[in-house]
Design a protein around this ligand. Structure first.
Ligand SMILES: [Zn+2]
Length: 95
């Protein structure tokens, strides 16, 4: 059977099952090797105020916030994009 993607859209490999995680956008249950994981740095201080305080030498704490999304939510949020046949083969550049 022809495959759309080499890894069938996930990183499962030859193992039978993988745990499921809940999407942070819609709450759908997705296999953890399929979910799109994004880590963003979050600061409780208002960004404009933080910039001014940092200019004066203050240290503002930033906390990593990791979110896991299902494919639909990741596309909706613009984290991943629908790619053309040839584009799909290329490994996406993750930031
Ligand atoms: Zn979702």
């Amino acid at each position: 059977m022809p495959k759309k993607r080499k890894n069938r859209g996930r990183a499962k490999g030859a193992k039978g099952k993988s745990a499921v995680v809940q999407c942070d956008g819609c709450g759908a249950w997705v296999p953890e090797d399929k979910a799109i994981v994004v880590t963003r740095w979050y600061s409780p201080v208002d960004p404009q105020l933080a910039r001014e305080l940092e200019k004066k030498g203050a240290i503002i704490m930033r906390y990593p916030v990791t979110k896991r999304y299902c494919i639909s939510c990741a596309i909706y949020l613009g984290i991943v994009k629908v790619r053309a046949r040839e584009e799909r083969k290329r490994r996406p550049i993750t930031t």
